[in-house]
Structure formats: C-alpha cells, structure tokens
Write a protein that binds this ligand. Structure first.
Ligand code: FAD
Length: 380
C-alpha cells in the first residue's frame, strides 16, 4: 500500500522548497500532510541565485550580499549605475536549503525523504509516486523537474556557466557594486559575458556565462576565467575557494502542453525560467505566491501557468539569437547605452506598459527583431 499524503512535492529544489515554505507558513491547510521527495540531500552549495528587487522579500534574512549598484561593460561602454529603488540581491543555495529545511523540520505532518523518483502515475483520483524503496500517493503532486521533453520544435538555447569564488591577496573589489554583465570577452558567434559578485574587498564570485546549443566540457571555461581575472580585474595573486558549474534551459517551449490533471509543474518544469534571460529566482517566488492562492481556495484544478505577450517577445529574442540575426552582446549593449537599468528590469520583470515595451524593443537594431517577429508570427 502506498504511504498516503495530502500533497507531495516531487523535487525539493528552489521551487519545491519555496512552495513548501509558503504552505507551512500559511494558516490554512495546517492539518494537511506534506511530503517532499528529492534525489539529493540538499547539503551542497550547488548554486548562487541573484535577482533584482525593489521591495522586502520573503527570504531577505538569508541574503548573502545586497548591492545598490551594478556595472555594465562592453567594447564601447563601461558604466556604473545606481539602481535605486532596486537592489541586486544574492542568496547562496546552501543557505536557502538549510533555512527552509530546518524550518520544515519543526512543522507537523511534514516529511522530507531523500530518494530518487522512478515513476509518477496519475489515476482518476490520485497520483502514485514510486522511488527505489517506497511508494507514495497523494491527490495533488507538485513536480519541479522535467524528463523527456521534446524541445525540437521550440527555440532552445543553453545558458551555461562556470564560476570561481576567488580570494585575492590585495583588496581589489568594490563591495557595493556587482558587475552585472561584461561582454569584453571573445564572442566567437555566441553570446558570452562575465559577471562579478564581490562579497567583500578581497573575495568575489567571478563567472562566465555562454549561450549555445551544446554544453562544453568544464575545462572549456578555465582559460577565459584566468584571462579575465588577470586582464580585466587586474588580479595576479588569488586563491580559488569554490567552483560553480551549471546550465539553464532558455526556451519558448509551451510548458502548458505537459498534460496532467493532478500533477502541477512548478519551477523550471513549469516554464518559470525567463526564456530570454535565464533568470528564474524572482519569477519562481512570484509564481509560488500565485499558486498559494489556488491552494488556499481549494481551486488547484483551475491553476494554469499564465501566458502573456512577453512569452512572444522571448520567442522573438531567442529566434534572433539562435539564427544569428543578432547576438546578446549587441542587444544588451544597445539597451544599456540607451536605457536605464530600471527600465530594462521592468521589461524583464514583465511589468512594463506597452510604451515601456516599445522603448525597449526599439533600442537595439530593429531589423533583426522585425525579421524574427515575422518568422515567429507565421510559425506553426
Ligand atoms: C548553477 C545555477 C545558478 C543559477 N543562478 C541563477 C541566478 O543567479 N538567478 C536566477 O534567477 N536563476 C538562476 N538559476 C536558474 C534557476 O533559478 C535555478 O535553476 C533554480 O534552481 C530552478 O529551480 P527549480 O525548482 O526549477 O529546479 P531545482 O532547484 O533544480 O530543483 C529541482 C529538484 O528536483 C530534484 N530532482 C530531479 N530529478 C529528480 C528525481 N528523479 N527524483 C527526485 N528528485 C529529483 C533535484 O535534485 C532538484 O533538487 C541558476 C541555475 C543554476 C543551475
């Protein structure tokens, strides 16, 4: 007999834990039982999340660093911006996992089991989940990882990256300023940029991000990192304290196509990664707030991922990048030359007016986007 729960969260990463935290903080459903399943124990610092925000956020107490200023650089400009009323915030994966799991540990009727899920089967009344050594069931499952999705008919590119947390001998970093994007790196027909997140004057995460269709070997990034640290940051003596490696799918795939009645897809598998930027932390927080509304009102059957005009904009951007009509360096370069970061953030947050959208769309060269627009419009 399967072990029965009221809700199961399949995959306890960012979205799964963000949802569980909200469910257990919410006054409603305190008697409902909740199981979190993850193949990992969530005891490693496997990622660093950065996001901009202009308000107090749910996880502010675990911010590792908050920067009031950002810098953008390419071959033509190198500028620092005060981003008030926004702040650029950073949370370390390990701090987030510890914070949420230790809270969940104090909650009744809440279990975390570290075990890989082998099968999820939906029946008329419940969902049955099989792991290597147990079977569980619940009327509702929130699933935060995907398997076997066919992206071949969608625009799809990986944003993959490697970073080093370095400690320099000399105090070289401006601790109040994050380097948001620095395109001063050979592009080789791809989109490549650095970002630098200083924790103090001696320590920072220096990372290179690349948009491409295939993910290279981890050693691919090392010469770029070494060169950038030496030539652009002008640091000769440093120690590598930690390494971060990862990849984010950037796609316009319609995740609403994943058909299921009782399995609700969240996080990356719910389409909450922004197709044109790869940012997901803040979007996941907002979407988990929205999902909580449906849970609290017992209306989960009505829940649907929202699709708005920005989904079409992301399609245009991805088309233009993937078909070589333009590249990220040109687009972001023009945006930062012509517009304030606040205007760009508003657009990327999908919170702009039509007028704001128009300003952003006409800042980069318009011809590549016009061609991409018509291709996407007539795409079946
Ligand atoms: C290294 C890295 C850095 C990133 N940095 C940023 C950033 O700075 N800002 C930003 O906005 N976004 C960032 N992202 C993108 C995005 O925010 C993260 O990928 C985020 O973790 C996505 O949340 P999620 O819940 O969809 O997936 P995850 O957090 O990956 O959670 C999915 C969970 O499912 C589990 N799982 C998978 N398969 C199974 C299985 N078969 N059985 C059981 N469990 C399973 C995994 O172990 C994992 O814990 C980053 C991504 C990576 C990889």
């Amino acid at each position: 007999m399967p072990k029965k729960y009221d809700y199961i969260i399949a995959g306890a990463g960012l979205s799964g834990l963000s949802l569980a935290y909200r469910m257990r903080k919410s006054a409603s459903h305190q008697n409902a039982s909740l199981l979190l399943l993850d193949k990992d124990t969530k005891e490693r610092n496997d990622r660093t999340w950065c996001f901009w925000s202009k308000k107090e956020d749910l996880f502010d107490e675990i911010n590792y660093k908050v920067w009031p200023k950002i810098q953008f650089a390419d071959s033509e400009i190198n500028q620092t911006y005060n981003i008030d009323p926004y702040k650029y915030k950073m949370i370390r994966g390990i701090d987030f996992y510890k914070h949420v799991l230790s809270f969940l540990n104090t909650c009744d009727k809440t279990d975390f089991v570290s075990s890989g899920i082998e099968n999820i089967e939906e029946t008329a009344s419940e969902v049955i989940i099989t792991t290597s050594n147990e079977t569980y069931s619940a009327p509702w499952v929130f699933k935060s990882y995907y398997d076997n999705l066919d992206f071949s008919k969608s625009n799809f590119v990986w944003q993959h990256f490697k970073g080093w947390i370095i400690k320099s001998e000399l105090p070289v970093f401006d601790k109040d300023k994050a380097i948001f994007m620095d395109f001063r790196v050979p592009q080789d027909d791809e989109t490549r940029f650095f970002y630098v997140l200083p924790f103090n004057e001696n320590e920072a995460l220096v990372e290179i991000a690349v948009f491409s269709e295939a993910i290279p070997k981890p050693s691919f990034y090392d010469p770029f990192l070494k060169e950038y640290i030496k030539e652009k940051l002008e640091i000769n003596t440093y120690e590598i304290v930690e390494e971060e490696l990862g990849a984010i799918p950037m796609t316009d795939y319609n995740f609403n196509k994943i058909k299921s009645n009782k399995v609700i897809h969240i996080g990356t598998s719910g389409g909450q990664v922004k197709g044109s930027s790869g940012y997901a932390f803040y979007r996941i927080q907002e979407e988990m707030d929205r999902l909580m509304g449906y849970i609290n009102q017992n209306k989960l059957a009505d829940y649907k991922r929202p699709i708005n005009r920005y989904h079409f904009y992301d399609r245009i951007f991805l088309n233009a990048i993937l078909t070589g009509k333009t590249n990220g360096a040109k687009v972001f370069g023009k945006l930062f030359k012509k517009l304030s970061p606040q205007t760009i953030f508003k657009f990327l947050d999908e919170k702009g007016s039509f007028f704001n959208d128009l300003i952003v769309f006409t800042a980069p060269p318009t011809w590549p986007f016009t061609k991409a627009f018509f291709q996407e419009l007539f795409k079946r």
